[in-house]
Each structure stands twice: as structure tokens, then as C-alpha cells.
Design a protein around this ligand. Sequence first.
Ligand code: FAD
Length: 455
Amino acid sequence: MKVHVIGGGLAGSEACWQVVRRGIPVILHEMRPKKLTPAHETGNLAELVCSNSLKSMADDSAPGELKREMLSLDSLVVKAALEAKVPAGQALAVNREIFSEAISRELNKSGLFTRVDEEVIAIPTEAELQARDEIWIIATGPLTAESLAAGIQELAGGSKRLYFYDAIAPVIDADSINMEKGFIADRWQKGEDGGDYLNLPLNEAEYYAFIDAVNTAEKMPLHDFEDVKYFEGCLPIEVMIERGRETLRFGPMKPVGLTDPRTGRWPYANLQLRMENKEASMFSMVGFQTKMKWPEQARVFKLIPGLETAEYHRFGSVHRNTYIKSPDTLNADLSFKSNPRVFLAGQITGVEGYTESAAIGLIAGRNAVAALQEKRQTFDERIGLSNPPPDTMLGALVNYVTVGPLGEYSPMNANFGLLPTVAKVRGKGKKDRQAEKVSKAWQSFSAWLSANNIS
Ligand SMILES: Cc1cc2nc3c(=O)[nH]c(=O)nc-3n(C[C@H](O)[C@H](O)[C@H](O)COP(=O)(O)OP(=O)(O)OC[C@H]3O[C@@H](n4cnc5c(N)ncnc54)[C@H](O)[C@@H]3O)c2cc1C
């Protein structure tokens, strides 16, 4: 009975730890340093390819809550980050060498960890894995090597379920939108119940002021390896504007079929916001993928009436990123529907960020062990013990990956919008509601731990 983990990044290292700490041997296959990805520079485990920050540690923040829950499940990545911590206010920033060394040291100390420096190019079939009594966890990240990516694509059921680029539109906190400036309607009144979209109309002057601001805003430079060939269907708004100042009015800001009840007419231009969850606590900006720098997005989008005080759960971005449409492809335990002996972990499942990737590695590791050990339990019983409830931060992230949002699936980070909404109470502001969300998440997490005797 063996577990093989492919990829020794954030997710793979965490998954290895979750396996060995339960007394099961693990074999890690990592292609570095023999073959580097375009972003990695060393052969170190859990190399941080860019910033050295694992985001906030604050107890009342979403990333802080994620780390607190992970730590309760003995996360090696969070423990190593705390050991390698450097001063950075409320952020958990690390010395990257000490961080990687701590991870290797603990894995090696377990006596159950073997590292093989090799590129994996193919995935065994379910029958082969069964015969060898093996489970595989694939955690090869946003820059998965080409031949394995082809194997993952096949397991996922084809090219429609594996993406090589993120073209992400911003997601806004519903409470921060001035709803009075908008109206609810579907184009040509096609939806039920008056409509599913929140529309923010712009007059002529507002539209051109917005276009000019996008044109002059600072954009993110692409990395050398990011020779992006955009799909026509999801061009960044600034690329559309380069084709002409009217392009957005005929694209994502098209007003046709959208009658503003206050004027009885179609507006000059219109931005549609779509619900990201059924609680309507988050809205995404439809067709608004962009590579403007994040502070520039916050500044420029203020020019759209209704978004003057908008707060963002996620900004737009465009970058190289291999990820699959997990909700259609994976079971609730993160194994492939088409081969339940192969689990997927990390950024490739559709999460974004170092800690989030490690979090999905943690859950995949727990589930892989459960699949090997708990043969007498039903699938649902196993999930209930391996995945925290969906009203916790960690559980909400896994739930996003396996169940998905209402709209299009695109990579997600840990944020308040994933947690259940809390009632608005007079005299209590947004910060109070966020603190309440985190406190409820932690209560639920603690209750889950003690009810199931989980360690
Ligand atoms: C350029 C860039 C900058 C980023 N900056 C940030 C940032 O500042 N902050 C942040 O939070 N997130 C950032 N990210 C996202 C970050 O990569 C992920 O959050 C995180 O590293 C993903 O963890 P992972 O374990 O899924 O993948 P990785 O950490 O990338 O690990 C995957 C591992 O798999 C190995 N591998 C790939 N294919 C094979 C194969 N066929 N066989 C064997 N091994 C293989 C790779 O060598 C790698 O070690 C950035 C991503 C990129 C690409």
C-alpha cells in the first residue's frame, strides 16, 4: 500500500506530510532540479516562485482563518512558514530557503518519505494502480510539464475541461455595491423572476471617461514564458479597447435588450454583474477579464456608477495557469471521477495562491489516506471525516473546487464571500459581519474536530 505524489510544490509537500504523519509511506516524484519550470529556480521543495508572503495571519481575516484551520490539521506548510517567519506586520512572510529546508527536514525525519528526481510523463490506469495497491496524488501546479498535462486532460475528459490561461474577471463584495444606481434585468427579459443580472448603466460621458482611464492605467507585465494567445471569447478589456473606443459597447458593455426602468430606454453602455453564489454575496463583472494592476483596477472601476466604494474579493488577472474544471471532473474527495485512484491537489484544481494550494494538498492527502484505510466506511462517511464542513474556510474552499460557483468556473482564493452570509444588524458594519463570519467558521471547525475526534 503506497501513495505516490507527483510534484513537490506547496500542495505536493503538504499532501506528502498528511500521508506520512498517518504512518503510510510516500514516494514523491519531482522533476526539479533536473528539469525546471519556467518560474522555479531551484530543486527545493515548496519553492515560492514569486512573493515570499503567505498572506495575512490576522484572526479576523479569511487567509488568517484558513491558516488557523490548517494548523489544527497539523499543516506542515503553515508550521514551516511559522518557523521561517520574517517581520512583515500581519502578513506571514518567510525566508524561502529556511521554509523549504524545514519542509524537507520534517518529511525526511518521518522515515517514510522517498524523493525521486524525475519527470512523470504518464498516469497509470485504474487497473494498474489497483494491481499495485497504489494511490496517486497529482500536484504539478500551474506550470505542469506538457506530457503530463496531456494525461490530465485525458482524465478530465478533454480539452474543454483543462485550461492553460487564467483570464479572470474581478469579483466584488455585494455589500459594497451601490445597488440604487443599478437595475436587475436579463437581456431581452429572458430570465425568470425579473432577472438574474445586476446592471450598472453608464451615460455617454461616463462611458468615455471609463475607456480613457482603462487606456492609460498601468498594466501587469507578462512573464517571458507567458506568450499569451488570447481566446477571442475572453479577451482582456484593455486589449478590446486597443481595437477601438467603441469595442466594449459592442462587447461586454453592450446595452441592447436592457431597458433601464428609470428611463424606459437602453443605456449608452452597461456593465452586467452576475451572482457568484446563491446567497448573492459576491458578484463577478461579466466579461471584464483584465491585466490592469490591482490598485489601478480599484481606481478605474470607481468610474462605473455603483462601484464608487466597491470592495473586491478577487481582482481580474490574466496569466499562464494550468487548471481543470474540477466541479465536473473530481469527486468530493478530490479523486478523478474517471479514475478514483488518482487524486488532484493544489493550484491545478482551480484555487489560487500558495496557502490555498497547500490547503487543497492537505485535503487530498487526508482523503487519499482515508481511501486506503477506511474500507468499511461509505464514501459519504469518509468525506465527512476528511473534509471540514462547507461553512469553514477550508471546507468552503474545497466545496468551491468540487461543487463550483453558479457561473463560470475560474480560480479562487480564500475570501469572505465563500463563507455563508450573516444577517445585517443595525449599528454593525462590514468589519463586524466579517468578524462574525470568521468566528462562526471557527466554531463550526472546532465542533467538527471534537465531534469526530479528529487530529
Ligand atoms: C509566475 C508565478 C508567480 C506566482 N506568484 C504568486 C505569489 O506571489 N503568491 C501566491 O500566493 N501565489 C503565486 N503564484 C501561484 C503559485 O504558483 C501557486 O499558488 C503555488 O505555487 C501552487 O502550488 P502547487 O503546489 O499547486 O504548484 P507548484 O508550487 O508550482 O508545484 C508544482 C510542482 O510540480 C512539479 N512538476 C510539474 N510537472 C511535473 C511532472 N510532470 N513531473 C514531476 N514534477 C512536476 C514542479 O516542478 C513543481 O515543483 C504564482 C504562480 C506563478 C506561475
